[in-house]
Unconditional design. Structure first.
Length: 515
């Protein structure tokens, strides 16, 4: 769109006087305060056994954080159907010894594994069955399990603590693309913010995420924390060193004073610490050849754990690790499954920079166990992956919703005329009384597809969702001649009772532009 047209659009939207927007699932996501308050029991749990073929995770109690629970094994069935693929979030987490925080209220349970959540519900036979996806919960908490454990204990003791979450409405973002596009599965890619949390805070994120009473600042750590983090780099505990290096990574060039200490950690005996230090150094100074060499050495090493750590760090390091992309592509055939997953995640995190790995990723679409992740990675690679669209389109025929949505997510980011099957799939969803989450996400997907989605405009106009402005801007993203105030149908209610906040409408338009 010409710049003049854009300026006119944003100016007019800013001048509109429209009633308050209906709030969608991202606005009404629960804060950690509500989750902790409503949880009848809260338990720190540890993975005891995991059987991928049966989709079974056996957890054991480490200790109670709230209430009293049995010491009996906790049995979770994490495949939605017999033989169904276990969600990657759970698959990567469910190694014996890994921990999570388990919130239970009635017959519903929520498990936070740190950088992700899953919902579980009782079935009456002693097993808890996997429930619906909860893409909203990273807005409640997103960080390490140990920090969540500490935060819950402090909150339950009546204290105020600082936690990390995905931001809501940060920097005038009006639409949650990070949630819709599954970026929460790519640590290091999504933005974080720090907020003050206690049991007295409001129960929904829209009331706290941008509220000066609660907002501390963007990122996993603040610049004022650098001296303390440098001290933690000297800790005898490898986990503490690793987490400190990772926090410094998020500060990028601002963490320059930590460079000398991080450089010494490139020779650390712990591969997790070495890799975290390398990623941090590459964010501080992208031309750090030694950091790249350390990652390359571990990627080529015999230790699968070191390969996994190095692969993850390569993704977190950003474009500075582009020289490692070919190696990451080769590791997609590694003998260790978790190394393959870590490499694929790194490729997805690197996005356009990972285009040289396209062919290696494209082959994975034939493997049902990893096709979802391969599709997400191809979507992140973007237009350079257009030749994969016909193969991705076959995933739309799956009986599993998670597989179909992965295909839609990928094609809407890849784009091009060959992405037309995704348009048809979204229209089908919108015509069949979509859930709140599916309706919201569909508007984002259809807008990103651009002109190829023009046949869907009548369906968008006739579909009711809780945030009608989103549909209007989706139409504008598809056809720049269709300004939002020119829309018709159920979503054209700028003067109606469903919207009031002109600034919020402008944020949504800008969010589409940024994408």
């Amino acid at each position: 769109m010409p710049r003049l047209g854009l300026a006119i659009l944003l100016a007019v939207v800013a001048l509109l006087r429209v009633p308050a927007p209906a709030r969608a699932y991202v606005d009404l996501a629960s804060t950690l305060s509500r989750i902790a308050s409503e949880g009848q029991t809260i338990t720190l749990v540890e993975v005891e056994k995991f059987n991928r073929e049966k989709g079974a995770v056996i957890l054991k109690k480490v200790r109670d954080l709230k209430g009293k629970t049995s010491d009996d094994p906790i049995k979770h069935q994490v495949g939605r159907l017999p033989g169904a693929v276990v969600p990657r979030l759970i698959h990567e987490w469910a190694e014996p010894g890994r921990r999570g925080v388990y919130f239970v209220s009635g017959n519903i349970g929520l498990v936070c594994v740190g950088q992700g959540w899953y919902q579980i519900q009782t079935s009456g036979d002693g097993w808890w069955k996997l429930g619906p996806d909860r893409p909203d919960l990273p807005l409640s908490y997103y960080g390490s399990v140990s920090r969540l454990t500490d935060a819950v204990e402090q909150m339950l003791a009546g204290k105020t603590t600082i936690i990390t979450t995905l931001p809501h409405g940060a920097e005038e973002e009006g639409a949650s693309f990070d949630l819709a596009l599954n970026r929460t599965a790519l640590p290091g890619l999504v933005r974080l913010e720090r907020i003050r949390a206690n049991l007295r805070m409001p129960g929904v994120v829209m009331a706290v995420a941008n509220n000066p009473m609660y907002l501390v600042g963007p990122g996993a750590a603040g610049e004022e924390e650098i001296p303390a983090l440098i001290e933690k780099l000297k800790s005898p505990d490898a986990t503490v060193r690793e987490e400190a290096a990772d926090d410094l990574r998020t500060l990028a060039p601002k963490a320059g004073p930590a460079s000398a200490m991080l450089t010494t950690l490139l020779d650390d005996p712990s591969s997790a610490v070495r890799s975290s230090a390398a990623a941090a150094l590459l964010r501080i100074s992208p031309k750090n050849d030694r950091a790249v060499e350390i990652l390359a050495k571990d990627l080529a090493g015999k230790d699968p754990i070191a390969r996994r750590h190095a692969a993850r760090a390569a993704g977190l390091a950003g474009s500075a690790s582009t020289p490692l992309v070919t190696t990451l592509g080769a590791l997609l055939a590694d003998s260790d499954e978790l190394t393959r997953l870590a490499s694929l995640q790194a490729i997805a995190t690197l996005g356009h920079d990972a285009a040289p790995a396209f062919e290696a990723v494209n082959k994975l679409l034939d493997d049902p166990a990893i096709a979802i992740d391969a599709a997400d990675a191809l979507g992140r690679i973007g237009p350079a992956a257009q030749s994969a669209n016909p193969r991705i389109a076959r995933m739309l025929e799956s009986t599993e919703p998670t597989v179909r949505w992965a295909a839609i997510r990928a094609m809407c980011q890849i784009g091009g005329d060959s992405a037309a099957p995704a348009v048809d799939a979204i229209v089908k969803v919108l015509k069949n009384n979509p859930t709140e989450v599916d309706g919201y996400n569909s508007m984002i997907y259809i807008g990103l597809l651009g002109p190829v989605a023009k046949p869907a405009i009548p369906t968008i106009e006739s579909t009711r969702i809780k945030n009608p402005v989103l549909g209007q801007f989706a139409i504008w993203a598809i056809d720049p001649t269709r300004f939002p105030w020119m829309s018709t149908g159920n979503n054209a209610r700028f003067g109606g009772a469903m919207m009031r906040d002109a600034e919020f409408a402008r944020w949504i338009g800008e969010s589409f532009l940024l994408e």
